[in-house]
Design a binder for this molecule. Structure first.
Ligand code: NAD
Ligand code: WQD
Length: 363
């Protein structure tokens, strides 16, 4: 029995693959690498010393995806695959609706046909829009502010309808707050294309000298120093939350949403200071206009995940900064160039196997 990981080559998916493999799960990854590199999965193999199957399949390709279910004994799905850039979704809404929503409908149809009804879905705190109270709990009103956010909200609703139509489904909607950090090995991490949209990859690229200075979007919010406040969560903690959610969906039927956050908010300037302190590098910044659509403050009430999944985030802001930096410093060009660190480790051997890829560690 295996767990299918869609979008497993991506930032959160690759870290979750490690947690699942370390917990003894067999996994099968599907990704079309639209926003990732196969190299991340190679490194997952190196870190864990485990083999797993990888399919280069677009989730919109129903025949290709069905073949994955034919060739493997899938028992559950963790569905990460999706496009996630807010600004891009405003410019290309149809692409976002098609890629994120149509693919989820295709996936669920195939799951239904193969009687696989345990699903963990990557939702987002973005479904809360601009919350007016804090911390944000799961019962708060949902009001996404952009096409990307609406894809998450619509998928949540589709999955609720699916459960209503058939109570044998078991679905966890995981609403991530702001994942940052990287695996402690420094081998995998977030590898954005072009200039990063998100705060932490921007800071690390300034620190490594690829960007000159950080633009801080507004300093007039009702927060400790006027800059926006967010709930930053270490990606390894977030990945561990998926293992707990998988255990939950394997034991109960239903559909339920869970916040995955730390419950603590940090302002932009607090994060910059924490990074400078942890790393010892100064981050030059300038204050610019607020980014349209940004919430002034957003942090989670994660007590439901603690109560019902037995999960809490353990890593603090210092570790998030250190691990983000280790990844960036060792891989200044992300997965595009092999790091010196990796060169010291035995290189993985790629075995091509009738359309699937299987990575083996060379001993
Ligand atoms: P990511 O872009 O690194 O990973 C997504 C993966 O999905 C990529 O490997 C991409 O190639 C793949 N993919 C996209 N469309 C596909 C398709 N049609 N077929 C096959 N593969 C496809 O993003 P991430 O940060 O790892 O996020 C994972 C999930 O979590 C996404 O659904 C995202 O919306 C959600 N999420 C992310 C954040 C965040 O800040 N990173 C926050 C909340 C929610
Ligand atoms: C954090 C804070 C910015 C960049 C986004 C998506 C959300 C989710 C996570 C997927 C804010 C400030 C940022 C910069 C800055 N993704 N900032 N300068 O906006 O909370 O969430 O990513 O679901 O949907 O909207 O994260 O990292 O972009 O911003 O001052 O160059 O940093 O204003 O206060 P955000 P972020």
């Amino acid at each position: 029995m295996a767990v299918l990981i869609t979008g497993g080559a991506g930032y959160i998916g690759s870290h979750t693959c490690i947690e699942l493999l370390n917990a003894g799960y067999e996994i099968v990854v599907v990704d079309n690498y639209i926003n990732s590199k196969q190299e991340s999965l190679k490194r997952v193999g190196i870190i864990t010393g485990k083999d797993f199957k990888i399919y280069n399949v677009d989730l919109l390709d129903a025949v290709g995806l069905e073949n994955v279910f034919v060739e493997n004994n899938i028992e559950a799905v963790i569905h990460f695959a999706g496009l996630k850039a807010v600004g891009e979704s405003v410019i290309l809404p149809l692409w976002y609706y098609h890629n994120n929503i149509t693919s989820t409908v295709i996936l669920c149809n195939i799951m239904k046909r193969f009687d696989v009804k345990n699903l963990v879905f990557s939702s987002s705190a973005t479904v809360y829009g601009i919350p007016d109270r804090f911390p944000v709990s799961e019962g708060f009103p949902l009001r996404a502010m952009n096409p990307y956010g609406r894809t998450k909200l619509m998928i949540e609703e589709i999955l609720r309808d699916l459960y209503e139509s058939d109570h044998s489904w078991s679905i966890a909607l995981l609403r991530y707050f702001n994942p940052i950090g990287a695996h402690g090995s420094g081998l995998i991490g977030e590898d954005p294309n072009g200039i990063p949209n998100n705060l932490m990859p921007f800071i690390t690229q300034v620190a490594v000298g690829k960007l000159n200075e950080l633009s801080v979007y507004g300093n007039n919010y009702p927060t400790i120093d006027g800059t926006g406040v967010r709930d930053y969560i270490h990606v390894v903690d977030l990945a561990a939350g998926h293992v707990r959610a998988l255990e939950k969906v394997s034991k109960f039927t239903g559909v339920d949403a869970f916040n995955l956050g730390t419950g603590k908010g940090y302002s932009v300037l607090e994060l910059v200071s924490a990074f400078e302190k942890a790393i010892g590098i100064n981050i030059p910044f300038k204050i610019v206009n607020p980014r349209p659509g940004d919430a002034p403050i957003c942090f989670a009430d994660p007590s439901k995940a603690k109560r019902e999944l037995g999960w809490v985030a353990e890593k603090d802001i210092e570790e998030m900064c250190e691990d983000s930096w280790r990844w960036q410093a060792n891989n200044p060009n992300g997965y595009n160039n092999h790091s010196e660190l990796l060169a010291e480790i035995e290189s993985p051997r790629l075995l091509k196997n009738s359309g699937d890829f299987l990575f083996n560690r060379v001993h």
